[in-house]
Design a protein around this ligand. Structure first.
Ligand code: B4P
Length: 206
């Protein structure tokens, strides 16, 4: 199973990815987590990435692409993977497409998590209180949404043109969202969710 999770900041990609990775028996590859590990470990990659992340900017494509290519070369990713937070730009998506074409392992699907803007802001401000992540500050969150609108949203069309997008209503209890995501992957309720979810997510995050 080779899946990409797509959605705005705070949509719950990371939250859902752990459960879905366990369900499908594939590794959860989170570029946000790998970057944060590098920052806290003081590696050269972490030093390069930190300022971008703290401001709420995307880290340069080159750096993230290399990081993901390395990670997907590990043996545990041979049977599949769940990409959380990658790709986030069209150039990243093109690099991934080429990488997977070289392995003759195309993506099986892209789960797009749909959450309205007020709920997203509420989740991130709750996390700001609890975890104090530098990129959850009000200014960084504003910047992350700008980056999302300008650079990540075009991926919705990129993957829709390839017939890969399955939408998931990502508001509700975490377990409920997991069930919807599994159903979307299994293809049972994908069309239903698409009908409900479109419009709300897209217009609210614009
Ligand atoms: P990420 O770590 O990917 O951060 P995110 O988009 O904010 O998180 P996510 O959607 O996974 O939400 P989460 O589950 O945490 O990226 C951080 C930074 O790394 C980026 O800004 C960028 O600088 C850099 N980066 C990463 N990938 C990159 C790339 N490919 N290219 C360039 N730069 C890159 O959930 C958020 C909150 O909501 C949590 O507190 C959670 O508990 C809560 N929540 C989740 N589901 C909920 C639910 N159903 N109900 C209520 N609350 C819920």
């Amino acid at each position: 199973m080779r899946l990409v999770l797509l959605g705005p900041p705070g949509a719950g990609k990371g939250t859902q990815a752990s459960a879905l990775a366990a369900r499908f028996g594939v590794p959860h590859v989170s570029t946000g987590d790998i970057l944060r590990e590098n920052v806290s470990g003081g590696t050269e990659l972490g030093r390069e990435a930190q300022a971008f992340m703290d401001r709420g900017d995307l880290v340069p494509d080159d750096l993230v692409n290399r990081m993901v290519a390395d990670r997907l070369a590990h043996a545990d990713a041979a049977a599949g993977f769940l990409l959380d937070g990658y790709p986030r730009t069209v150039p990243q998506a093109l690099v991934l497409e080429e990488l997977l074409a070289g392995r003759e392992e195309p993506l099986d699907g892209v789960l797009r998590f749909v959450v309205d803007l007020s709920e997203l802001l509420q989740r991130l401000s709750a996390r700001r209180e609890i975890e104090g992540r530098a990129d959850d500050s009000e200014e960084a969150v504003r910047r992350r949404f700008e980056e999302y609108r300008a650079k990540t949203r075009p991926l919705e069309d990129f993957y829709a043109e390839r017939g890969l997008v399955r939408e998931v209503d990502a508001v509700g209890a975490v377990e409920e969202v997991t069930e919807r995501a599994i159903a979307a992957v299994d293809g049972h309720h994908g069309a239903d969710l698409q009908g409900r979810a479109t419009g709300r997510g897209r217009s609210d995050v614009t």
